[in-house]
Write a protein that binds this ligand. Structure first.
Ligand SMILES: *[C@@H]1O[C@H](CO)[C@@H](O)[C@H](O)[C@H]1NC(C)=O
Ligand SMILES: *[C@@H]1O[C@H](CO)[C@@H](O)[C@H](O)[C@H]1NC(C)=O
Ligand SMILES: *[C@@H]1O[C@H](CO)[C@@H](O)[C@H](O)[C@H]1NC(C)=O
Ligand SMILES: *[C@@H]1O[C@H](CO)[C@@H](O)[C@H](O)[C@H]1NC(C)=O
Ligand SMILES: *[C@@H]1O[C@H](CO)[C@@H](O)[C@H](O)[C@H]1NC(C)=O
Length: 446
């Protein structure tokens, strides 16, 4: 039972890694394409603002960090998509109206607010590109629905790219309508599978807030943060069935200073996954489940991966997931990197299959050689105040490589009971050094 559960977990996670890589590759293509398509603001936009008497002459200049402080100009056209002609009837195509509102806001100055009013607005790909001369707030009072027509997307659904000082807020829903297309996901059968669109992607952006909204039934990942800085995800709800394919809640890669707080995530894959090149992540007050838990990794799959450093996960509840707190790296890693300075503090587990798991020998079928020479160093990882129940007896798994043992692993006040009957929890540990305090001896393997 145990090994079959773990195999299932491994193969799903392998597809996720492949998915991320493919998505990243696809992203490069889309960025190149986007750059070719990007047309700078027509001088008319600024002129229109000036003509309306809003601001003193505001000639078009590329966005600067100072944009946030600039006086607001009158945009060249409406920012409310209903005023632009969108119909919230759930079936009319609203794509062009959202893109027009974006263009109007992006080419203005100061803070500009785009409004999605109550209603259900169906769209295809929404490439919300910067740089913008304004700071934009996207107010979501209504719902955005991603069409089930896959031809309407190049890669992702809503893609915010090169946009600084941007916020999405409101109580509306970003509904990926995944059930219409999940059967097209072949990632459990084909390693080089076609990736379905991620719902909300934030790329190459600084100072971004996503607050209050719900992301539902994404076709692939719900929220993907890549090459971005100073991002806050607060009071967000992410919801999709536990058996929906690759519907990770939030994935973060190559990014710095990311806060995820007071957020509830039910997903078919990792609730939160943190990829290579990510530093300063603060996760607090997250409820996760169903799903595959809060993961760092997979690390070492590709060349030139950067360290993962300074991650804290505090005050979270994880319920009914396959893993709880997981760090995984490939046994035959292609890059040399470090996973270091992580603190997990104040986590309640409720019937989680593998509550604490470091797997430095991650090697799903057919994609690595299991050579046993890990190059991903796992050091200085603290698990503190981790309580609750485990769905399998194996509550603590620290499976490290003999050529590069895990160092500085600490367990303090870890109290995990078996949720089933006729057994007790235990730890399974290899090649690990560190210390523990206030942990029952069956779990205290360091
Ligand atoms: C991000 O916000 C900080 C603090 O408000 C500001 O100093 C900085 O210029 C902003 N960065 C960009 C790229 O706009
Ligand atoms: C991290 O991001 C938050 C929110 O944008 C910001 O207030 C804070 O100043 C940033 N910290 C650093 C060290 O950049
Ligand atoms: C713990 O998380 C809850 C949300 O789940 C939040 O309301 C509360 O403020 C958090 N407590 C601390 C001390 O951060
Ligand atoms: C715990 O989870 C397992 C599946 O992982 C399930 O079979 C079992 O009923 C759950 N137990 C409780 C007490 O919820
Ligand atoms: C308890 O669980 C361990 C680990 O899964 C297993 O090896 C052992 O046989 C179990 N003991 C009983 C009495 O079921």
């Amino acid at each position: 039972m145990v090994s079959s559960t773990r195999r299932t977990t491994s193969s799903l996670s392998a597809t996720t890694a492949a998915a991320i890589a493919a998505a990243a590759a696809a992203l490069m293509v889309s960025v190149a394409f986007a750059t070719a398509q990007y047309t700078p603001a027509a001088p008319g936009a600024a002129a229109a603002g000036a003509a309306a008497g809003a601001t003193p002459a505001a000639p078009y200049t590329p966005a600067t960090p100072g944009a946030a402080g600039a006086a607001p100009s009158v945009p060249a056209g409406p920012l409310d998509i209903a005023q632009l002609g969108a119909k919230g009837d759930g079936t009319s195509d609203s794509t062009a109206f959202v893109l027009q509102a974006w263009k109007n806001a992006c080419n203005a100055t100061g803070t500009q607010k785009i409004v999605i009013p109550p209603g259900n607005y169906l769209t295809g790909a929404l490439n919300l590109k910067g740089p913008c001369t304004s700071s934009i707030i996207l107010r979501l009072d209504g719902n955005l629905l991603g069409t089930g027509d896959l031809n309407a997307y190049k890669t992702n659904w809503i893609e915010v790219e090169h946009v600084d000082n941007f916020a999405i807020n409101g109580h509306g829903i970003i509904d990926g309508q995944g059930p219409l297309v999940w059967t097209h996901n072949q990632c459990n059968k084909n390693y080089n599978c076609k990736i379905l669109p991620n719902s909300l992607v934030i790329d190459f952006s600084t100072n971004v807030t996503v607050r209050g909204i719900t992301l539902k039934n994404s076709k692939f990942f719900h929220l993907n943060i890549y090459e971005s800085k100073n991002v806050v995800i607060d009071k967000v709800t992410i919801t999709s069935p536990g058996d929906s394919p690759n519907t990770d809640g939030i994935h973060v890669g190559d990014s710095t200073n990311i806060t995820i707080s007071s957020t509830t995530i039910a997903a078919g894959d990792d609730c939160i996954s943190i990829g290579p090149g990510t530093k300063m992540v603060r996760v607090n007050g997250v409820r996760c489940g169903p799903g595959h838990g809060i993961s760092v990794g997979s690390l070492g799959r590709y060349k030139d991966e950067k360290d993962v450093e300074d991650i804290t996960v505090t005050n979270c509840t994880i319920k009914g997931t396959t893993n709880g707190l997981r760090i995984k790296s490939y046994e035959d890693s292609k890059s040399q990197l470090r996973a270091t300075k992580f603190l997990y503090d104040g986590i309640t587990m409720d019937n989680v299959s593998y509550p604490i798991i470091i797997d430095q020998k991650y090697c799903p079928n057919n994609i690595c050689s299991a050579s046993g020479t890990s190059k991903v160093a796992v050091t200085d990882i603290v698990f503190k105040n981790i309580v609750g129940t485990s769905a399998t007896p194996e509550a603590v798994t620290l499976n490290c490589a003999n050529n590069l043992p895990c160092q500085g692993i600490q367990l303090h006040n870890v109290d995990l009971k078996y949720a089933g009957q006729g057994n007790t929890t235990l730890s399974v540990c290899k090649n690990v050094a560190g210390k523990s305090s206030n942990v029952a001896k069956e779990l205290a393997c360091v």
